[in-house]
Design a binder for this molecule. Sequence first.
Ligand SMILES: [Zn+2]
Ligand SMILES: [Zn+2]
Length: 118
Amino acid sequence: MAEVYITCSRCKAKVPMKGMKYNEAGDDLICQKCYAKANPSSAMLAKKEQKQHDEILQRTISIGYVCTSCGYRFHRDINYKYWQKCPWCEKLSVRKDVKKSATEVIKEAQQGEKAWKY
Ligand SMILES: [Zn+2]
Ligand SMILES: [Zn+2]
């Protein structure tokens, strides 16, 4: 089968059709070289934004816990499996501290991160 060649709308080079990519707007075909030139920065930026978003999400889904045995309050990710165990007295008497406001939780999280490192 003969290779079909198309002229890239950016650099005017003749390239095999299977090597063509749609541009950012999706209305034109450009060669892979032009595509790579047009996209690495935006791809990297998207990744960075995604990472920041994930970090914010991780922070916001952290919730406060309180030990009913010693009164120790701490802060863990909502998916943390061993939250029932108090990191201070190691008793399994921890319950979720739901009474606090979101700002208090965040405040304690920041303090907790400093005081309690994994
Ligand atoms: Zn091109
Ligand atoms: Zn405790």
